[in-house]
Design a protein. Structure first.
Length: 574
Protein backbone atom coordinates (compact mmCIF):
# COMPACT_ATOMS: atom_id res chain seq x y z
CA UNK A 1 0.00 0.00 0.00
CA UNK A 2 1.40 3.39 -0.98
CA UNK A 3 1.98 6.16 1.61
CA UNK A 4 -0.74 8.27 -0.03
CA UNK A 5 -3.26 5.44 0.32
CA UNK A 6 -2.26 5.02 3.98
CA UNK A 7 -2.80 8.75 4.59
CA UNK A 8 -6.21 8.56 2.94
CA UNK A 9 -7.20 5.56 5.04
CA UNK A 10 -6.06 7.20 8.29
CA UNK A 11 -7.75 10.51 7.51
CA UNK A 12 -11.01 8.73 6.66
CA UNK A 13 -11.01 6.13 9.44
CA UNK A 14 -9.65 8.16 12.37
CA UNK A 15 -12.27 10.96 12.42
CA UNK A 16 -15.21 8.58 12.08
CA UNK A 17 -13.79 5.93 14.45
CA UNK A 18 -12.79 8.63 16.89
CA UNK A 19 -16.27 10.12 16.88
CA UNK A 20 -17.79 6.68 17.44
CA UNK A 21 -15.39 6.13 20.34
CA UNK A 22 -16.24 9.51 21.84
CA UNK A 23 -19.96 8.82 21.63
CA UNK A 24 -19.47 5.36 23.13
CA UNK A 25 -17.40 6.64 26.04
CA UNK A 26 -19.88 9.44 26.63
CA UNK A 27 -22.71 6.91 26.82
CA UNK A 28 -20.67 4.74 29.23
CA UNK A 29 -20.05 7.78 31.43
CA UNK A 30 -23.76 8.61 31.35
CA UNK A 31 -24.57 5.06 32.47
CA UNK A 32 -21.94 4.70 35.20
CA UNK A 33 -21.29 8.19 36.54
CA UNK A 34 -22.63 9.46 39.88
CA UNK A 35 -23.24 12.92 38.40
CA UNK A 36 -26.82 14.28 38.47
CA UNK A 37 -29.05 12.36 36.07
CA UNK A 38 -30.02 15.44 34.08
CA UNK A 39 -26.40 16.40 33.40
CA UNK A 40 -25.63 12.88 32.20
CA UNK A 41 -28.67 12.79 29.94
CA UNK A 42 -27.90 16.28 28.64
CA UNK A 43 -24.30 15.33 27.86
CA UNK A 44 -25.37 12.27 25.88
CA UNK A 45 -28.02 14.33 24.09
CA UNK A 46 -25.54 17.10 23.32
CA UNK A 47 -23.06 14.63 21.85
CA UNK A 48 -25.68 13.48 19.37
CA UNK A 49 -26.98 16.98 18.57
CA UNK A 50 -23.49 18.18 17.69
CA UNK A 51 -24.10 16.63 14.28
CA UNK A 52 -27.15 18.77 13.56
CA UNK A 53 -25.35 22.10 12.79
CA UNK A 54 -23.27 20.31 10.14
CA UNK A 55 -26.40 18.64 8.70
CA UNK A 56 -25.05 15.14 9.43
CA UNK A 57 -28.45 13.72 10.35
CA UNK A 58 -27.65 10.09 9.51
CA UNK A 59 -24.68 9.85 11.92
CA UNK A 60 -26.81 11.60 14.54
CA UNK A 61 -29.53 8.97 14.18
CA UNK A 62 -27.01 6.12 14.40
CA UNK A 63 -25.23 7.55 17.43
CA UNK A 64 -28.54 8.30 19.15
CA UNK A 65 -29.60 4.68 18.77
CA UNK A 66 -26.14 3.44 19.75
CA UNK A 67 -25.99 5.64 22.87
CA UNK A 68 -29.42 4.47 24.03
CA UNK A 69 -28.44 0.82 23.56
CA UNK A 70 -25.12 1.34 25.38
CA UNK A 71 -26.80 2.94 28.38
CA UNK A 72 -29.38 0.14 28.44
CA UNK A 73 -26.72 -2.55 28.16
CA UNK A 74 -24.71 -0.98 30.99
CA UNK A 75 -27.60 -0.36 33.42
CA UNK A 76 -29.90 -3.38 32.99
CA UNK A 77 -27.34 -6.13 33.76
CA UNK A 78 -26.36 -4.36 36.99
CA UNK A 79 -29.93 -4.33 38.18
CA UNK A 80 -30.49 -7.93 37.06
CA UNK A 81 -27.38 -9.27 38.80
CA UNK A 82 -28.33 -7.49 42.04
CA UNK A 83 -31.79 -9.06 42.42
CA UNK A 84 -33.95 -8.33 45.51
CA UNK A 85 -33.30 -10.79 48.30
CA UNK A 86 -29.54 -10.43 48.29
CA UNK A 87 -27.64 -7.93 50.37
CA UNK A 88 -26.37 -6.22 47.26
CA UNK A 89 -29.88 -6.19 45.85
CA UNK A 90 -31.31 -4.64 48.99
CA UNK A 91 -28.64 -1.97 48.96
CA UNK A 92 -29.26 -1.22 45.30
CA UNK A 93 -33.03 -1.13 45.86
CA UNK A 94 -32.63 1.29 48.74
CA UNK A 95 -30.38 3.48 46.66
CA UNK A 96 -32.82 3.38 43.76
CA UNK A 97 -35.73 4.21 46.06
CA UNK A 98 -33.85 7.20 47.32
CA UNK A 99 -33.10 8.39 43.79
CA UNK A 100 -36.70 7.98 42.70
CA UNK A 101 -37.87 10.62 45.15
CA UNK A 102 -37.94 13.43 42.61
CA UNK A 103 -38.67 16.98 43.59
CA UNK A 104 -40.37 19.72 41.62
CA UNK A 105 -37.04 20.73 40.07
CA UNK A 106 -36.54 17.19 38.78
CA UNK A 107 -40.02 17.23 37.28
CA UNK A 108 -39.26 20.46 35.41
CA UNK A 109 -35.95 19.04 34.23
CA UNK A 110 -37.69 15.87 33.06
CA UNK A 111 -40.21 17.93 31.07
CA UNK A 112 -37.35 19.97 29.58
CA UNK A 113 -35.50 16.77 28.63
CA UNK A 114 -38.60 15.34 26.94
CA UNK A 115 -38.97 18.57 25.00
CA UNK A 116 -35.33 18.43 23.92
CA UNK A 117 -35.73 14.81 22.85
CA UNK A 118 -38.80 15.62 20.76
CA UNK A 119 -36.98 18.55 19.16
CA UNK A 120 -33.99 16.35 18.45
CA UNK A 121 -36.17 13.63 16.93
CA UNK A 122 -37.95 16.07 14.63
CA UNK A 123 -34.65 17.63 13.59
CA UNK A 124 -32.87 14.36 12.88
CA UNK A 125 -35.76 12.61 11.13
CA UNK A 126 -35.56 13.73 7.49
CA UNK A 127 -38.42 11.56 6.29
CA UNK A 128 -36.43 8.35 6.39
CA UNK A 129 -37.99 5.10 5.21
CA UNK A 130 -38.32 1.87 7.17
CA UNK A 131 -35.26 0.49 5.37
CA UNK A 132 -33.28 3.57 6.44
CA UNK A 133 -34.24 3.12 10.07
CA UNK A 134 -33.38 -0.58 9.89
CA UNK A 135 -29.93 0.38 8.63
CA UNK A 136 -29.58 2.99 11.40
CA UNK A 137 -30.63 0.41 13.99
CA UNK A 138 -28.12 -2.11 12.66
CA UNK A 139 -25.28 0.42 12.71
CA UNK A 140 -26.23 1.66 16.19
CA UNK A 141 -26.46 -1.88 17.53
CA UNK A 142 -23.03 -2.70 16.08
CA UNK A 143 -21.57 0.39 17.73
CA UNK A 144 -23.21 -0.48 21.06
CA UNK A 145 -22.03 -4.10 20.95
CA UNK A 146 -18.43 -3.14 20.18
CA UNK A 147 -18.28 -0.36 22.78
CA UNK A 148 -19.88 -2.42 25.59
CA UNK A 149 -17.76 -5.50 24.88
CA UNK A 150 -14.62 -3.35 24.69
CA UNK A 151 -15.51 -1.76 28.02
CA UNK A 152 -16.08 -5.16 29.66
CA UNK A 153 -12.85 -6.47 28.14
CA UNK A 154 -10.97 -3.63 29.84
CA UNK A 155 -12.83 -3.37 33.14
CA UNK A 156 -15.65 -5.85 33.53
CA UNK A 157 -15.91 -9.33 35.09
CA UNK A 158 -14.97 -12.40 33.02
CA UNK A 159 -12.89 -10.27 30.69
CA UNK A 160 -11.76 -13.25 28.62
CA UNK A 161 -15.38 -13.98 27.74
CA UNK A 162 -15.98 -10.38 26.66
CA UNK A 163 -12.75 -10.40 24.65
CA UNK A 164 -13.81 -13.61 22.89
CA UNK A 165 -17.20 -12.10 22.08
CA UNK A 166 -15.47 -8.96 20.78
CA UNK A 167 -13.29 -11.05 18.48
CA UNK A 168 -16.47 -12.54 17.05
CA UNK A 169 -18.42 -9.28 16.70
CA UNK A 170 -15.72 -7.20 14.98
CA UNK A 171 -15.21 -9.58 12.00
CA UNK A 172 -18.95 -10.27 11.67
CA UNK A 173 -20.10 -6.64 11.98
CA UNK A 174 -19.20 -5.68 8.38
CA UNK A 175 -21.50 -8.35 6.98
CA UNK A 176 -24.45 -6.96 8.95
CA UNK A 177 -23.60 -3.45 7.75
CA UNK A 178 -23.22 -4.69 4.18
CA UNK A 179 -26.62 -6.37 4.33
CA UNK A 180 -28.48 -3.23 5.42
CA UNK A 181 -26.27 -0.28 4.42
CA UNK A 182 -26.37 -0.08 0.60
CA UNK A 183 -29.24 1.79 -1.04
CA UNK A 184 -30.24 3.47 2.24
CA UNK A 185 -29.52 6.83 3.84
CA UNK A 186 -27.05 5.06 6.14
CA UNK A 187 -24.83 4.44 3.14
CA UNK A 188 -23.28 7.91 3.48
CA UNK A 189 -21.93 6.94 6.91
CA UNK A 190 -20.09 3.99 5.42
CA UNK A 191 -18.98 6.22 2.55
CA UNK A 192 -17.34 8.49 5.10
CA UNK A 193 -14.87 5.71 5.93
CA UNK A 194 -14.33 4.73 2.30
CA UNK A 195 -16.59 1.69 2.57
CA UNK A 196 -19.03 0.93 -0.26
CA UNK A 197 -17.25 3.55 -2.36
CA UNK A 198 -14.80 2.79 -5.16
CA UNK A 199 -12.20 5.27 -4.08
CA UNK A 200 -8.42 5.17 -4.17
CA UNK A 201 -8.05 3.02 -1.07
CA UNK A 202 -7.61 -0.36 -2.81
CA UNK A 203 -8.95 -2.14 0.27
CA UNK A 204 -11.96 -4.50 0.07
CA UNK A 205 -14.99 -2.96 1.72
CA UNK A 206 -15.44 -5.75 4.27
CA UNK A 207 -11.80 -5.49 5.39
CA UNK A 208 -12.04 -1.72 5.50
CA UNK A 209 -15.07 -1.82 7.78
CA UNK A 210 -13.32 -4.38 10.01
CA UNK A 211 -10.48 -1.88 10.38
CA UNK A 212 -12.94 0.83 11.42
CA UNK A 213 -14.59 -1.43 13.99
CA UNK A 214 -11.22 -2.64 15.30
CA UNK A 215 -10.01 0.95 15.70
CA UNK A 216 -13.14 1.80 17.73
CA UNK A 217 -12.63 -1.25 19.96
CA UNK A 218 -8.95 -0.46 20.48
CA UNK A 219 -9.61 3.18 21.35
CA UNK A 220 -12.29 2.23 23.88
CA UNK A 221 -10.05 -0.40 25.55
CA UNK A 222 -7.07 1.96 25.71
CA UNK A 223 -9.23 4.78 27.10
CA UNK A 224 -10.77 2.59 29.83
CA UNK A 225 -7.48 0.99 30.84
CA UNK A 226 -5.69 4.36 30.84
CA UNK A 227 -8.34 5.83 33.10
CA UNK A 228 -8.35 2.95 35.59
CA UNK A 229 -4.71 1.83 35.80
CA UNK A 230 -3.13 2.09 39.24
CA UNK A 231 0.59 1.79 39.93
CA UNK A 232 2.29 -0.01 42.79
CA UNK A 233 5.65 1.79 42.94
CA UNK A 234 7.21 5.09 41.98
CA UNK A 235 8.72 3.85 38.69
CA UNK A 236 5.41 2.40 37.55
CA UNK A 237 3.67 5.62 38.53
CA UNK A 238 6.17 7.57 36.42
CA UNK A 239 5.69 5.35 33.38
CA UNK A 240 1.91 5.46 33.82
CA UNK A 241 2.03 9.24 34.03
CA UNK A 242 4.18 9.49 30.91
CA UNK A 243 1.87 7.13 29.05
CA UNK A 244 -1.16 9.16 30.03
CA UNK A 245 0.57 12.37 28.97
CA UNK A 246 1.32 10.82 25.58
CA UNK A 247 -2.25 9.69 25.14
CA UNK A 248 -3.47 13.14 26.23
CA UNK A 249 -1.23 14.81 23.64
CA UNK A 250 -2.50 12.51 20.90
CA UNK A 251 -6.07 13.13 22.00
CA UNK A 252 -5.45 16.88 21.95
CA UNK A 253 -3.99 16.69 18.43
CA UNK A 254 -6.91 14.59 17.25
CA UNK A 255 -9.35 17.01 18.89
CA UNK A 256 -7.76 19.95 17.05
CA UNK A 257 -8.04 18.08 13.75
CA UNK A 258 -11.65 17.22 14.49
CA UNK A 259 -12.42 20.79 15.52
CA UNK A 260 -10.96 22.09 12.25
CA UNK A 261 -13.02 19.59 10.23
CA UNK A 262 -16.13 20.48 12.22
CA UNK A 263 -15.56 24.21 11.66
CA UNK A 264 -15.17 23.66 7.94
CA UNK A 265 -18.30 21.52 7.87
CA UNK A 266 -20.34 24.36 9.35
CA UNK A 267 -19.94 26.45 6.20
CA UNK A 268 -21.00 25.43 2.72
CA UNK A 269 -19.22 26.49 -0.45
CA UNK A 270 -20.74 29.85 -1.54
CA UNK A 271 -22.37 30.19 -4.93
CA UNK A 272 -20.26 31.98 -7.56
CA UNK A 273 -21.84 34.90 -9.38
CA UNK A 274 -24.22 33.64 -12.09
CA UNK A 275 -23.60 34.31 -15.74
CA UNK A 276 -25.89 37.02 -17.08
CA UNK A 277 -26.64 38.09 -20.62
CA UNK A 278 -29.32 39.75 -22.73
CA UNK A 279 -29.81 36.76 -25.05
CA UNK A 280 -29.90 33.13 -24.02
CA UNK A 281 -31.49 30.23 -25.86
CA UNK A 282 -30.51 27.49 -23.42
CA UNK A 283 -34.11 26.49 -22.51
CA UNK A 284 -35.06 26.16 -26.19
CA UNK A 285 -31.92 24.15 -26.96
CA UNK A 286 -32.75 21.79 -24.09
CA UNK A 287 -36.24 21.32 -25.55
CA UNK A 288 -34.81 20.61 -29.01
CA UNK A 289 -32.38 18.06 -27.59
CA UNK A 290 -35.21 16.36 -25.68
CA UNK A 291 -37.31 16.20 -28.87
CA UNK A 292 -34.44 14.73 -30.88
CA UNK A 293 -33.71 12.19 -28.18
CA UNK A 294 -37.28 10.95 -28.14
CA UNK A 295 -38.33 8.40 -25.55
CA UNK A 296 -35.13 8.01 -23.51
CA UNK A 297 -32.82 7.04 -26.38
CA UNK A 298 -35.50 4.96 -28.09
CA UNK A 299 -35.52 7.31 -31.04
CA UNK A 300 -37.91 9.98 -32.25
CA UNK A 301 -41.18 9.35 -33.99
CA UNK A 302 -40.80 8.39 -37.69
CA UNK A 303 -42.67 11.48 -38.88
CA UNK A 304 -40.49 13.92 -36.97
CA UNK A 305 -38.54 16.37 -39.12
CA UNK A 306 -34.97 16.03 -37.83
CA UNK A 307 -33.38 18.58 -40.14
CA UNK A 308 -35.54 21.51 -39.03
CA UNK A 309 -34.84 21.40 -35.26
CA UNK A 310 -31.15 20.65 -35.91
CA UNK A 311 -30.85 23.72 -38.14
CA UNK A 312 -32.75 25.80 -35.59
CA UNK A 313 -30.37 24.71 -32.85
CA UNK A 314 -27.32 25.62 -34.96
CA UNK A 315 -28.79 29.08 -35.60
CA UNK A 316 -29.62 29.65 -31.93
CA UNK A 317 -26.06 28.76 -30.94
CA UNK A 318 -24.75 31.84 -32.74
CA UNK A 319 -25.84 33.84 -29.67
CA UNK A 320 -23.69 33.98 -26.50
CA UNK A 321 -25.72 31.35 -24.63
CA UNK A 322 -25.15 29.97 -21.15
CA UNK A 323 -26.51 27.27 -18.84
CA UNK A 324 -29.26 28.29 -16.43
CA UNK A 325 -29.30 26.67 -12.98
CA UNK A 326 -32.12 27.19 -10.49
CA UNK A 327 -33.24 26.16 -7.01
CA UNK A 328 -34.46 22.76 -8.21
CA UNK A 329 -30.83 21.68 -8.19
CA UNK A 330 -30.71 22.10 -4.42
CA UNK A 331 -32.29 18.66 -4.10
CA UNK A 332 -30.79 15.31 -5.06
CA UNK A 333 -33.61 14.65 -7.52
CA UNK A 334 -33.20 18.06 -9.15
CA UNK A 335 -29.44 17.70 -9.47
CA UNK A 336 -29.77 14.20 -10.94
CA UNK A 337 -32.31 15.48 -13.46
CA UNK A 338 -29.98 18.31 -14.46
CA UNK A 339 -27.17 15.83 -15.06
CA UNK A 340 -29.53 13.93 -17.35
CA UNK A 341 -30.28 17.20 -19.15
CA UNK A 342 -26.58 17.86 -19.63
CA UNK A 343 -26.05 14.36 -21.00
CA UNK A 344 -29.01 14.83 -23.36
CA UNK A 345 -27.14 17.63 -25.15
CA UNK A 346 -24.95 14.92 -26.68
CA UNK A 347 -27.92 14.19 -28.96
CA UNK A 348 -27.48 17.61 -30.55
CA UNK A 349 -23.75 17.05 -30.84
CA UNK A 350 -24.28 13.74 -32.62
CA UNK A 351 -26.74 15.35 -35.04
CA UNK A 352 -24.27 18.12 -35.87
CA UNK A 353 -21.48 15.58 -36.38
CA UNK A 354 -23.65 13.39 -38.62
CA UNK A 355 -24.63 16.37 -40.79
CA UNK A 356 -20.97 17.43 -40.97
CA UNK A 357 -19.97 13.96 -42.17
CA UNK A 358 -22.72 13.97 -44.79
CA UNK A 359 -21.68 17.40 -46.06
CA UNK A 360 -18.00 16.44 -46.25
CA UNK A 361 -18.81 13.26 -48.16
CA UNK A 362 -20.72 15.39 -50.66
CA UNK A 363 -17.78 17.77 -51.07
CA UNK A 364 -19.53 20.58 -49.18
CA UNK A 365 -16.58 21.32 -46.94
CA UNK A 366 -17.63 24.80 -45.90
CA UNK A 367 -21.02 23.43 -44.81
CA UNK A 368 -19.23 20.67 -42.86
CA UNK A 369 -17.24 23.38 -41.08
CA UNK A 370 -20.49 25.19 -40.20
CA UNK A 371 -21.76 22.06 -38.43
CA UNK A 372 -18.41 21.78 -36.68
CA UNK A 373 -18.79 25.40 -35.51
CA UNK A 374 -22.23 24.51 -34.13
CA UNK A 375 -20.64 21.76 -32.04
CA UNK A 376 -17.93 24.10 -30.76
CA UNK A 377 -20.49 26.74 -29.79
CA UNK A 378 -22.66 24.10 -28.13
CA UNK A 379 -19.68 23.16 -25.99
CA UNK A 380 -18.97 26.82 -25.31
CA UNK A 381 -22.50 27.30 -23.98
CA UNK A 382 -22.17 24.25 -21.71
CA UNK A 383 -18.95 25.70 -20.30
CA UNK A 384 -20.73 28.87 -19.14
CA UNK A 385 -22.92 29.08 -16.07
CA UNK A 386 -23.27 25.34 -15.47
CA UNK A 387 -21.66 22.73 -13.27
CA UNK A 388 -19.03 20.10 -14.00
CA UNK A 389 -21.54 17.73 -15.68
CA UNK A 390 -22.30 20.48 -18.22
CA UNK A 391 -18.61 21.24 -18.68
CA UNK A 392 -17.71 17.58 -19.28
CA UNK A 393 -20.36 17.23 -21.98
CA UNK A 394 -19.40 20.61 -23.41
CA UNK A 395 -15.73 19.71 -23.76
CA UNK A 396 -16.74 16.48 -25.47
CA UNK A 397 -18.95 18.39 -27.93
CA UNK A 398 -16.15 20.82 -28.68
CA UNK A 399 -13.73 17.95 -29.26
CA UNK A 400 -16.10 16.38 -31.80
CA UNK A 401 -16.47 19.69 -33.61
CA UNK A 402 -12.75 20.45 -33.63
CA UNK A 403 -11.79 17.02 -34.95
CA UNK A 404 -14.43 17.29 -37.68
CA UNK A 405 -13.16 20.71 -38.80
CA UNK A 406 -9.56 19.49 -38.68
CA UNK A 407 -10.46 16.82 -41.25
CA UNK A 408 -11.67 19.38 -43.80
CA UNK A 409 -9.31 22.25 -42.97
CA UNK A 410 -7.30 21.92 -46.19
CA UNK A 411 -10.41 22.30 -48.35
CA UNK A 412 -12.01 25.33 -46.70
CA UNK A 413 -12.58 28.60 -48.53
CA UNK A 414 -11.06 31.81 -47.10
CA UNK A 415 -14.48 32.91 -45.82
CA UNK A 416 -15.00 29.57 -44.06
CA UNK A 417 -11.58 29.87 -42.46
CA UNK A 418 -12.53 33.26 -41.09
CA UNK A 419 -15.78 31.87 -39.73
CA UNK A 420 -13.98 29.02 -38.01
CA UNK A 421 -11.33 31.36 -36.56
CA UNK A 422 -14.02 33.67 -35.25
CA UNK A 423 -15.92 30.78 -33.63
CA UNK A 424 -12.77 29.41 -32.03
CA UNK A 425 -11.90 32.85 -30.72
CA UNK A 426 -15.38 33.05 -29.19
CA UNK A 427 -14.97 29.64 -27.55
CA UNK A 428 -11.82 30.86 -25.83
CA UNK A 429 -13.22 34.24 -24.79
CA UNK A 430 -16.59 33.00 -23.52
CA UNK A 431 -15.48 29.89 -21.68
CA UNK A 432 -15.91 30.23 -17.92
CA UNK A 433 -12.98 29.72 -15.59
CA UNK A 434 -12.79 26.05 -14.45
CA UNK A 435 -12.41 27.09 -10.81
CA UNK A 436 -15.73 28.95 -10.99
CA UNK A 437 -17.46 25.91 -12.50
CA UNK A 438 -16.01 23.64 -9.82
CA UNK A 439 -17.05 26.04 -7.04
CA UNK A 440 -20.57 26.08 -8.45
CA UNK A 441 -20.58 22.28 -8.60
CA UNK A 442 -19.45 22.08 -4.97
CA UNK A 443 -22.09 24.57 -3.88
CA UNK A 444 -24.94 22.65 -5.47
CA UNK A 445 -23.72 19.14 -4.56
CA UNK A 446 -23.19 20.05 -0.90
CA UNK A 447 -26.75 21.30 -0.65
CA UNK A 448 -28.30 18.50 -2.68
CA UNK A 449 -26.39 15.48 -1.38
CA UNK A 450 -25.83 16.68 2.18
CA UNK A 451 -23.05 16.42 4.71
CA UNK A 452 -21.04 13.67 3.01
CA UNK A 453 -20.20 15.77 -0.05
CA UNK A 454 -19.06 18.60 2.21
CA UNK A 455 -17.02 16.13 4.27
CA UNK A 456 -15.29 14.91 1.11
CA UNK A 457 -14.45 18.43 0.02
CA UNK A 458 -13.02 19.22 3.46
CA UNK A 459 -10.91 16.06 3.36
CA UNK A 460 -9.53 16.91 -0.06
CA UNK A 461 -8.70 20.40 1.13
CA UNK A 462 -6.96 19.01 4.22
CA UNK A 463 -4.90 16.55 2.19
CA UNK A 464 -4.36 19.00 -0.68
CA UNK A 465 -5.78 16.46 -3.09
CA UNK A 466 -7.34 17.71 -6.31
CA UNK A 467 -11.03 17.03 -6.56
CA UNK A 468 -11.60 14.23 -9.15
CA UNK A 469 -13.89 16.52 -11.18
CA UNK A 470 -11.10 19.09 -11.24
CA UNK A 471 -8.58 16.58 -12.57
CA UNK A 472 -10.98 15.42 -15.28
CA UNK A 473 -11.90 18.96 -16.23
CA UNK A 474 -8.26 20.04 -16.44
CA UNK A 475 -7.46 17.06 -18.67
CA UNK A 476 -10.43 17.72 -20.98
CA UNK A 477 -9.75 21.46 -21.10
CA UNK A 478 -6.13 20.79 -21.95
CA UNK A 479 -7.05 18.48 -24.82
CA UNK A 480 -9.65 20.92 -26.13
CA UNK A 481 -7.20 23.83 -25.86
CA UNK A 482 -4.44 22.09 -27.76
CA UNK A 483 -6.87 21.15 -30.55
CA UNK A 484 -8.15 24.72 -30.68
CA UNK A 485 -4.67 26.24 -30.78
CA UNK A 486 -3.49 23.82 -33.46
CA UNK A 487 -6.56 24.39 -35.65
CA UNK A 488 -6.49 28.19 -35.28
CA UNK A 489 -2.77 28.28 -36.08
CA UNK A 490 -3.15 25.91 -39.03
CA UNK A 491 -5.91 28.02 -40.57
CA UNK A 492 -3.99 31.24 -39.91
CA UNK A 493 -0.93 29.82 -41.66
CA UNK A 494 -3.03 28.85 -44.70
CA UNK A 495 -4.66 32.26 -44.75
CA UNK A 496 -1.22 33.92 -44.55
CA UNK A 497 -0.04 31.78 -47.45
CA UNK A 498 -3.07 32.69 -49.59
CA UNK A 499 -2.63 36.40 -48.89
CA UNK A 500 1.15 36.65 -49.27
CA UNK A 501 2.13 33.71 -51.42
CA UNK A 502 4.52 32.23 -48.88
CA UNK A 503 4.53 30.44 -45.54
CA UNK A 504 5.35 32.45 -42.43
CA UNK A 505 8.95 32.04 -41.30
CA UNK A 506 7.81 31.72 -37.69
CA UNK A 507 4.55 31.82 -35.79
CA UNK A 508 5.12 35.28 -34.36
CA UNK A 509 4.71 36.69 -37.91
CA UNK A 510 1.01 35.76 -37.70
CA UNK A 511 0.46 38.27 -34.87
CA UNK A 512 -1.62 40.46 -34.91
CA UNK A 513 -3.13 40.23 -38.41
CA UNK A 514 -4.04 36.55 -38.29
CA UNK A 515 -3.79 35.57 -34.61
CA UNK A 516 -4.19 37.71 -31.49
CA UNK A 517 -1.18 36.17 -29.76
CA UNK A 518 1.54 33.62 -30.41
CA UNK A 519 -0.16 30.22 -29.90
CA UNK A 520 1.13 28.49 -26.77
CA UNK A 521 1.40 24.76 -26.32
CA UNK A 522 -0.74 23.61 -23.36
CA UNK A 523 1.51 20.58 -22.96
CA UNK A 524 4.81 22.42 -23.32
CA UNK A 525 6.59 25.40 -21.87
CA UNK A 526 6.50 27.60 -24.97
CA UNK A 527 4.76 27.99 -28.30
CA UNK A 528 3.58 25.24 -30.64
CA UNK A 529 6.27 23.55 -32.70
CA UNK A 530 6.44 24.84 -36.29
CA UNK A 531 8.81 24.43 -39.21
CA UNK A 532 8.79 24.54 -42.99
CA UNK A 533 9.72 21.23 -44.62
CA UNK A 534 9.78 20.43 -48.38
CA UNK A 535 7.59 23.41 -49.25
CA UNK A 536 4.96 22.52 -46.65
CA UNK A 537 4.69 23.21 -42.95
CA UNK A 538 4.75 20.93 -39.94
CA UNK A 539 2.76 22.05 -36.89
CA UNK A 540 2.36 20.09 -33.68
CA UNK A 541 2.26 20.01 -29.90
CA UNK A 542 4.78 18.10 -27.82
CA UNK A 543 1.90 16.05 -26.41
CA UNK A 544 1.07 14.72 -22.98
CA UNK A 545 4.62 13.53 -22.27
CA UNK A 546 5.81 17.15 -22.49
CA UNK A 547 8.76 16.19 -24.72
CA UNK A 548 9.47 17.27 -28.28
CA UNK A 549 10.05 14.09 -30.30
CA UNK A 550 10.84 15.99 -33.50
CA UNK A 551 7.45 15.53 -35.15
CA UNK A 552 6.97 11.80 -34.62
CA UNK A 553 3.25 11.12 -34.92
CA UNK A 554 0.91 8.20 -34.46
CA UNK A 555 -2.83 7.57 -34.30
CA UNK A 556 -5.36 7.98 -31.52
CA UNK A 557 -4.90 4.43 -30.22
CA UNK A 558 -1.14 4.76 -29.66
CA UNK A 559 -0.90 8.47 -28.91
CA UNK A 560 -0.84 8.10 -25.13
CA UNK A 561 2.39 6.12 -25.29
CA UNK A 562 5.53 8.18 -24.74
CA UNK A 563 7.68 9.08 -27.71
CA UNK A 564 5.01 10.70 -29.88
CA UNK A 565 3.95 14.25 -30.61
CA UNK A 566 0.40 15.47 -31.25
CA UNK A 567 -0.92 17.04 -34.43
CA UNK A 568 -4.31 17.67 -36.04
CA UNK A 569 -4.27 14.29 -37.79
CA UNK A 570 -3.71 12.23 -34.66
CA UNK A 571 -7.44 11.45 -34.30
CA UNK A 572 -7.95 10.50 -37.96
CA UNK A 573 -4.63 8.85 -38.85
CA UNK A 574 -5.07 5.10 -39.52
Amino acid sequence: MSPLVMILVVCCVVPVAGLATFQGLLAIWAATSHAPWFLRALAAYGGVMLFVPIRAYEPAAIFAIGSLLIVTAMVVPRGWSSRPGSAAGASLAAEAYGKLRYGLRDLFLAVLLVGLLLFGWQTIDQGYSLADWLAFLTAGALLAAIVVLSYRTAAGPRRWLSAAALLIVVPSAPFAAWATGPHTQAEAVWHATGVLWNGAYNIPDIVHLMIVQAVVATLVVVSIIGGRTSSANAMQKLWAKLARCGVAMLAAAWSLLLAWIYWQMLWLTPFPAPVVGSTNHYPRLVAIAAALEGNRNQGIAPATNVAQPTAEAAALLQSPNYVVLDNRLLTKTGLDEHQDTASRMRVLSRRFAADATTAAAAGQFDQAAEWGIANVLLGTMLNRGGDSSDAFVGSSCQGVGLIGMAEVRQSLSPDARQSVLAALGRSIAEAEDPETILARTCAYSERAYGWFDRYQHVQWTLLRIAWPDKQIMQMMRQRKTVLTQLLMTDLAIRQFHDDRGQLPAKLSVLVPDYLPTVPLDPYGSGSLQYRIENGAFVLYSVGEDGRDDGGRFTNRSNYHRTGFDYDLDTHTRP
